[in-house]
Design a protein around this ligand. Structure first.
Ligand code: FES
Length: 148
């Protein structure tokens, strides 16, 4: 594929998805791009950043934080739903707090995720595929650190 056409192709993909100009949709945009291209080309980053109204460094940070883009999953993954309902119930703040709380925990990666199908009990989270909803910072700390 001709990489010089990536920016136009990514822009067309995002036009089709019609995401609002909001950083909370950047993960969904990255997943769409990965699904279409098989990876996220570097040329896609500034396009997504512009569309979502966020710095390119923030898009790159999102990619670094997410095992689905790095290809190097940690032993354990705490996924905090960033779907619209969970965002409305504090999911974004919960993600930030969990990233701070577990920044230095070896083998644990805190990542943003799509809707976990638990919207009525938002905000939702999952640890290695097991779901907790509603989730709050204290419950997640105990869940990740049994007895801690
Ligand atoms: S939006 Fe979070 S579980 Fe549906």
């Amino acid at each position: 594929m001709d990489s010089s056409r990536y920016p136009d192709q990514v822009a067309a993909l995002l036009d089709q998805a019609a995401y609002p100009r909001n950083a909370h949709y950047a993960l969904a945009a990255l997943q769409d791009v990965r699904a279409a291209f098989g990876h996220v080309p570097a040329e896609a980053v500034p396009v997504i950043a512009e569309r979502m109204g966020m710095p390119a460094s923030a898009v790159e940070g999102l990619m670094r934080d997410s095992a689905q883009f790095s290809g190097k999953p940690a032993a354990h993954q705490l996924r905090i739903c960033q779907g619209a309902v969970c965002i409305g119930k504090g999911g974004s703040e919960l993600l930030d707090e969990m990233r701070r709380a577990f920044a230095k925990r070896p083998g644990l990666q805190v990542v943003a995720g799509h809707c976990l199908g638990q919207c009525t009990q938002a905000p939702a989270a999952s640890l290695d595929g097991r779901i907790m909803a509603p989730a709050d910072a204290e419950s997640l700390r105990r869940w990740v650190t049994p007895g801690g």
